[in-house]
Design a protein around this ligand. Structure first.
Ligand SMILES: [Zn+2]
Length: 152
């Protein structure tokens, strides 16, 4: 399991979402994923359903936000992304996003987690390095989707 992200990185198409303070992995991180991930998905879904400006982030990449969410596959990889400093990472243009332990550093910040997930969904839609000034991109997402800039 741990080797997988590095193999993907070698392909040169991995883009990550960063959080300001990478957390140390904890044994309970898998439990945090089990407990919290569905809530984050639900928060993202509400943003897509209620905010045209949020959906429009995806039209720029000729995609449909709700279809992107429906087909997305999220794979929990524990602390495997920590050496890269990523909370989550996506193979650009695929429906695969890796979720690392760092994604769960503040589980009370549901809106911040939703922002990170939307960022990854934009990578799934084909967005590349142009969105990886992540502080700016998180700000755009939070303003468009009514979520929170997790980089602040
Ligand atoms: Zn990114």
């Amino acid at each position: 399991m741990k080797r997988k992200p590095f193999a993907l990185l070698a392909a040169g198409m991995l883009a990550g979402a960063l959080l300001p303070v990478p957390s140390r992995a904890a044994d309970e991180s898998g439990d945090r994923h089990q407990i919290h991930f569905e809530r984050v998905i639900e928060r993202v879904r509400i943003a897509f359903e209620t905010r045209e400006s949020c959906r429009n982030l995806f039209s720029k990449y000729h995609g449909d936000s709700r279809k992107a969410l429906d087909r997305a596959r999220f794979i929990y990889v524990g602390d495997a992304l920590e050496p890269l400093g990523f909370a989550a990472a996506t193979i650009i243009g695929t429906n695969q996003t890796l979720i690392g332990a760092g994604f769960y550093q503040d589980t009370a910040d549901l809106d911040g987690m939703a922002t990170v997930l939307i960022h990854e969904l934009l990578h799934q839609q084909g967005a590349g390095a142009e969105i990886d000034n992540y502080i700016e991109n998180y700000q755009l997402i939070s303003e468009s989707c009514g979520t929170r800039n997790a980089a602040r």
